[in-house]
Write a protein that binds this ligand. Structure first.
Ligand code: R5P
Length: 284
């Protein structure tokens, strides 16, 4: 097996290569002055099982994914697996209003034109796997790895900011060996959410908020406030995908004692690797 490392996740690709003992194929990937992508795979990959590691967010990364997977196929790879650390366009996971694009499905249809199978990490909704034909989408969760990380940081309580994140909190708490619960979140509009706190036994404890995605940071800010109001000793946050849009990272700083994400989106908070979870799926 050979890996092709796209531009979105070079660190994750290196980790994966080490764990799997699979080399990263030599490739030239750069941008023309007008922003278009130039891609060349220098190594011979004909007949090889090839994994292209590349997220499909933001748009330029999605185009790079399509170009690299198609290139691998055109160069005669025996099989092409798309490893998609962060699957863009997953939020529009159905048609909410007549006439809308079902973008999670549109992406799946384009992706599978050049991939025999794909591995996705903590999809916004697991049901998106069904948009790929013939069960060719494998879905992995990095919550156990997040839980292991929390254990090393002596976290004593895990909190999901809403019901949608309870399963993530359960998986992380199980690995960390601690309790978990959730707050009730109400989304008021695209940027505003309110939190209805439950009575939590967090007095003086080190608590970690868990979510799949942190985007603007609004959800975590409010969850942190709710925890501090109930006497939490220190409040941390961990997520699979740290998007931190529109200054989210800076906005969150005063609210948290620590903020960590995985390397599905590489940024200064990426202290946990998704490589082990992905390798587990690839080696099955
Ligand atoms: C929502 O369904 C997700 O699980 C996250 O809670 C959400 O994407 C976080 O967004 P933000 O950081 O903008 O509040």
């Amino acid at each position: 097996m050979k890996l092709i490392s796209g531009s979105s996740n070079p660190n994750l690709s290196r980790h994966l290569s080490d764990i799997m003992g699979a080399p990263i194929a030599e490739a030239e990937i750069r941008r023309f002055p007008d922003g278009e992508l130039y891609a060349r795979i220098v190594d011979d990959i004909s007949g090889e099982d090839v994994c292209v590691v590349q997220s499909t967010y933001p748009d330029h990364n999605a185009v790079e994914f399509l170009i690299l997977t198609r290139l691998a196929r055109d160069l005669g790879a025996g099989s092409v697996t798309g490893v998609i650390p962060y699957y863009g366009y997953a939020r529009q996971d159905r048609v909410f209003k007549e006439g809308e694009s079902f973008t999670a499905r549109t992406m799946a249809r384009h992706i599978q034109l050049s991939c025999d199978r794909v591995v996705c990490v903590n999809l916004h909704k697991e049901a998106i796997t069904r948009e790929f034909t013939d069960e060719r989408c494998l879905h992995v969760s990095v919550m156990p790895q997040i839980g292991e990380f929390m254990k090393q940081h002596d976290i004593r309580y895990v909190l999901a900011p809403d019901k949608g994140a309870v399963e993530y909190a359960r998986q992380a708490a199980e690995a960390a060996g601690c309790d978990y619960t959730n707050l009730e979140k109400k989304r008021l509009d695209g940027r505003t959410v309110s939190m209805a706190p439950k009575d939590l036994d967090v007095e003086g404890k080190r608590v970690c908020i868990i979510d799949d995605i942190i985007a603007t940071g609004g959800t975590i800010m409010r969850a942190s406030q709710a925890l501090k109001d109930q006497g939490a000793g220190s409040v941390f946050a961990c997520c699979a995908h740290g998007l931190f849009t529109g200054g989210g990272l800076e906005r969150l700083e005063p609210y948290l004692d620590g903020l960590y994400s995985t390397d599905t989106i590489e940024n200064p908070t990426s202290r946990i690797s998704a490589a082990e979870a992905i390798a587990g799926a690839l080696l099955k």
